[in-house]
Design a protein around this ligand. Structure first.
Ligand code: MTE
Ligand code: CO
Length: 390
């Protein structure tokens, strides 16, 4: 088969000259052939790029870790360019000692490493009333999964001495949005972190440099970036981001308060609308990601015929609580149209619902917490499209 293929019979330019030396790229970048791999936004979604969102290109990635430069961004007032020498973390309210920490002070607490997903509550929010956006980048790309290095929030709070009446915390960001959220003390003392690093390097400015709050398994809005203050109080504050926003409007017009945890969810990333099958019938690798804010993902089921037959996918790669998981389904494609779906099971026994099951409970008014099963219709050419089936 390889006979006469110029890619093997002819000398390529890169075989005939020396390459660039070691210091040509002191902070490396991907190959120029990968220039299409990037965060993308949806133009009509928001009026202004400063209070907006872009999306992780899930269809271009593999494994479970999101590279730092591809982590989706959600800013309510743009990217704060913080000088760490002028940045402080203050703890105030119902504590024995109101304290102010420099970034050097924080580096003297014991450090921990954890892999967690961050999913915006509005991920898949545009899909509530039917299939809308053509690509898993746009339907599911408000998520990233990185390894955080940081200090435990409980260790920092302990130095301030939380008073018995202190049952809630209010983290506040240093950006112009004045982002605040009420978080119950139990969660704060359980697994919340103040992160300084992502995937080994310092946080990127887009992700909250020099420090961000990590609230494992809970909606992304609570992960306050450019963290500057934590107030301890005896009740929730009911600020903007937990009243007019990030509440789930139900069919009867009532809004559900405090939906913190992200339920189990999955999506097939390949093939998908931005990543068609180009090789025709025969051996085919289907892959995707799954995650749960309540634990790990021991199992994902996949169907290629719209749910008539389900197959257990092969989980591969590390399995951590509240982290993304990678699944594969390796099969022989007969070249006929397919209806692809994936269904995640989490370690609590919860099974990802269909979109219609979700609508029966939640109606169609909501934007947030849509974890319904996604369907891609693949035609005989291998092109995929976002659809919904009964
Ligand atoms: N923190 C501050 N200070 N300002 C913000 O605009 N956006 C929130 C949260 N923390 C935000 C913030 C929202 S809605 C989400 S989904 C996550 O950060 C997004 O994190 P990312 O930009 O790292 O993807
Ligand atoms: Co968000």
């Amino acid at each position: 088969r390889a006979q006469g293929d110029p890619a093997i019979t002819e000398l390529q330019p890169w075989m005939q000259q020396l390459g660039e030396g070691v210091d040509a790229r002191p902070y490396g970048m991907p190959s120029p052939h990968e220039a299409h791999v990037k965060r993308r936004s949806v133009e009509w979604l928001t009026a202004d790029p400063v209070s907006s969102v872009n999306f992780t290109p899930l269809h271009d990635l593999d494994g479970i870790i999101t590279p730092n430069g591809l982590c989706f961004e959600r800013h309510h007032a743009g990217i704060a360019e913080v000088d760490p020498a002028q940045h402080r973390l203050m703890i105030n309210g119902l504590v024995d000692y109101e304290l102010v920490f420099t970034m050097e002070d924080l580096a003297r607490f014991p450090r921990h490493n954890k892999v967690y997903f961050l999913e915006c509550a509005a991920n898949s929010g545009m899909e509530w009333r039917g299939a809308q956006l053509n690509g898993c980048q746009f339907t599911h790309g408000m998520i990233h999964n990185v390894m955080y290095t940081g200090v435990m929030l409980r260790d920092v709070l302990a130095t301030a001495g939380v008073q018995t009446a202190g049952k809630w915390i209010l983290p506040e960001g240093a950006d112009a949005s004045g982002m605040t959220r009420s978080i119950p003390m139990d969660k704060a003392l359980d697994d919340c972190m103040i992160a300084t690093h992502m995937n080994g390097e310092r946080l990127r400015p887009e992700q909250g440099y020099p420090i961000r709050l990590v609230v494992p398994g809970w909606e992304g809005n609570m992960w306050v970036k450019w963290l500057r203050r934590i107030e301890v109080g005896d009740q929730p504050w009911h600020h903007r981001e937990e009243t007019s926003k990030y509440t789930d409007l139900l069919a009867d017009g009532a809004a559900r308060r405090f939906t913190w945890a992200m339920d189990a969810k999955s999506v097939i990333t390949n093939p998908s609308p931005q990543a068609p099958l180009t090789h025709g019938a025969g051996p085919t690798v289907l892959t995707g990601v799954a995650w749960s804010g309540r634990g790990s993902i021991p199992r994902v089921d996949v169907t290629i015929d719209g749910g008539k037959n389900w197959h257990q996918a092969r989980m591969d790669g590390p399995s951590f609580d509240k982290s993304m998981h990678r699944f594969y389904f390796d099969f022989d494609w007969d070249g006929k149209p397919m209806l692809l779906q994936s269904r995640a099971h989490d370690s609590t026994g919860y099974v990802q619902p269909t979109k219609n099951q979700l609508r029966q409970v939640r109606g169609e008014n909501s934007i947030y917490h849509n974890n319904g099963i996604q369907t891609w219709a693949v035609d005989a050419r291998g092109e995929a499209e976002n659809v919904e089936i009964g």
